[in-house]
Design a binder for this molecule. Structure first.
Ligand SMILES: Cc1cc2nc3c(=O)[nH]c(=O)nc-3n(C[C@H](O)[C@H](O)[C@H](O)COP(=O)(O)OP(=O)(O)OC[C@H]3O[C@@H](n4cnc5c(N)ncnc54)[C@H](O)[C@@H]3O)c2cc1C
Length: 375
């Protein structure tokens, strides 16, 4: 049987970053992807993803700070830019479930610069918005955009360039940890690995349950829509920020990015589907809801041009899972709960450190609690 130091299951953003960092550490790594590389059935395709430090919990602010450095390090290795800094604003309606104070105190604790703005200041600075009274806004100049599919492709290419073996269209069917590593059973033969990094997002529990482990997950089909403003220049990144509306229903969006459109979406569609039930057909109801929000909040956004579907696998409180299994420590699990792209190179580095060094300098203390017994 072929043997490797580490096997990675899943070549979305997190698995690709893990394979890259493992290969850079010089270990013998094999990575499996059930579909073709770059497929659109998971969570890591399409164009833009928000990169930000502005979180309501200091642990995420710290991890995001590390991720900015990891992105810069990866850009230097790849010789390519993936990060575009645009500035970003988080809107917190005062009556809503998210307090601006949680964001400002977390940013203060980590020392990240920001401005706390009222509606009048926002509407003056960015007249494209119509922000009502009773909304507090946190502006962070370091917020930006990462190109999703381009950076994932580059991670896979650099993983290979540093010696990783990548096998796509090779589903992993079962993991068999035996105390001195793991036998990885794939549709195209078995391999033995000292450690396994399981980064299978919405498919994770399929491989965990036979190991009597599980993550409480809700999976759903997400969708993002590209709107066509009459005056796309008004939404250029020098004149319009990344934005997030944090409320009972959360929405988010981008300035123009590589095309004369602006992308926006509702976060957490609740359009519940397992990966096997995915339709890849956008919901008209969600599109109507988003278009009405855009019409009221960004009146110049224009008509919807196209909608792309995607997938979320989220834990009850959106907390990540980054941890070895207690009962099988040679299996290390990573799950991004629908907000991990910005952390991709940092999570990849952490997974490689856990697999090779047995630990990491990053604070991941909160990211093991959702790994529970299946029974
Ligand atoms: C619409 C949308 C917008 C988002 N916006 C943002 C944002 O602005 N900022 C941000 O930080 N995050 C954002 N996210 C979240 C982020 O994109 C995800 O957290 C991240 O892409 C997850 O990467 P992943 O590698 O864990 O998952 P995936 O990309 O789903 O990868 C898992 C891979 O595992 C493979 N796999 C599964 N089972 C097996 C098996 N048995 N054998 C082999 N392969 C297997 C799958 O085929 C898949 O390729 C967004 C997500 C969506 C859907």
């Amino acid at each position: 049987m072929e043997t490797f130091d580490v096997a990675v299951v899943g070549m979305g953003a997190l698995g690709s970053a893990a394979a890259y960092h493992l290969a850079r550490k010089g270990v013998n790594v094999v990575a499996f992807e059930q579909f073709e590389l770059g497929h659109v059935r998971g969570a890591s395709h399409d164009t833009s993803r928000i990169l930000r430090t502005s979180y309501g919990k200091p642990q995420y602010v710290r991890l995001a700070r590390s991720a900015y450095q990891d992105w810069a390090d990866f850009e230097a290795v790849a010789g390519e830019r993936f990060v575009t800094v645009t500035g970003g604003v988080v809107f917190c309606p005062v009556e809503g479930p998210y307090a601006a104070g949680d964001f400002t105190s977390s940013l203060d604790e980590v020392g990240v610069p920001y401005e706390l703005l009222g509606p009048a200041e926002v509407n003056t600075r960015w007249p494209q918005f119509r922000i009502p009274e009773n909304v507090e806004s946190i502006y962070t100049p370091d917020t930006g955009i990462v190109h999703a599919s381009r950076s994932v492709a580059a991670l896979q290419m650099q993983a290979r360039a540093h010696g990783a073996v990548i096998r796509d269209r090779t589903p992993v069917e079962r993991l068999n940890p035996d105390g001195s590593g793991v036998v990885v059973h794939t549709a195209n033969g078995d391999v033995r690995a000292g450690k396994v990094v399981l980064a299978a997002d919405a498919w994770t529990n399929t491989l965990l349950e036979p190991l009597d482990a599980a993550i409480p997950l809700v999976t759903m089909q997400e969708q993002v829509t590209y709107f066509k403003p009459a005056d796309p220049d008004a939404f250029d990144r020098d004149r319009f920020p990344v934005w997030i509306w944090e409320d009972t229903s959360c929405f988010y969006g981008f300035p123009t990015y590589g095309e004369p459109t602006i992308k926006a979406a509702r976060d957490r569609s609740d359009n519940l589907m397992t990966p096997q039930e995915r339709t890849f057909v956008p919901s008209q109801e969600l599109l109507d809801e988003l278009s009405s929000f855009m019409g009221a909040t960004i009146p110049g956004s224009g008509p919807a041009l196209r909608t792309v579907t995607c997938q979320y696998a989220i834990t009850p409180d959106r907390r990540f899972v980054i941890s070895p299994l207690e009962q099988h420590p040679d299996v290390i699990v990573a799950l991004g709960a629908g907000h991990a792209f910005k952390f991709t190179p940092a999570i990849g580095r952490i997974l490689a450190e856990l697999a090779v060094d047995g630990g990491t300098g990053e604070d991941i203390s909160a990211f093991a609690s959702h790994l529970v017994a299946a029974s």
